[in-house]
Design a binder for this molecule. Structure first.
Ligand code: THU
Length: 161
């Protein structure tokens, strides 16, 4: 028997002024996307902005449904649009954020398991890391260098070969 450990590193930025310009703009774009979320049931608005390798930015937000499981998270709304319209473009980075109706949150929103799985597919498809930027309405911003860091023991295409 042996014990194997796997650690991940991530970076924490104290506020948007510390971000590289391109990332700050991407986070702002995700905030704009969140404003159009359709979330009458949870009232939780999430926005995602994906920058593709060629610089194109694709956005998405959560879309809920009266039949609850039929809705979709912001990240997958954006990722599926990006893959549907720009199938040859690797994802370079994704910014994810949430906005509230009342008290501004300072807790960066993190993708659910299904979104991690969906994003991982595009990381593996292009064999290129996707940087993840997690933000809230105020406070710290987190950078994670790849989706695989967020999803150890993942299932993927290699099992189906
Ligand atoms: N949601 C997202 O869109 N992305 C996340 O990363 C977490 C959760 C949405 C799904 C649902 O519409 C609402 O937030 C509450 O779970």
């Amino acid at each position: 028997m042996k014990t194997i450990s796997r650690n991940i590193e991530f970076e924490v930025f104290e506020n948007p002024s510390e971000l590289p310009d391109a990332v700050r703009v991407l986070v702002e774009t995700a905030v704009d996307a969140a404003r159009n979320a359709y979330s009458p049931y949870s009232k939780f608005k999430v926005g995602a902005a994906i920058e593709l390798k060629d610089g194109t930015v694709v956005t998405g937000n959560n879309q809920e449904n009266a039949a609850y499981p039929s809705g979709l998270c912001a990240e997958r709304t954006a990722a599926f649009y990006a893959s549907a319209h720009y199938p040859e473009q690797p994802f370079q980075r994704i910014a994810i954020t949430s906005i509230s109706n009342d008290i501004p949150s300072d807790k960066p929103v993190t993708p659910c398991g299904a979104c991690r799985q969906a994003l991982l597919e595009y990381e593996q498809k292009f064999n290129a890391d996707i940087e993840i930027w997690l933000a809230a309405e105020k406070g710290q911003i987190i950078r994670i260098k790849s989706v695989s860091d967020m999803l150890p023991f993942s299932f993927g295409a290699s099992y189906l070969e």
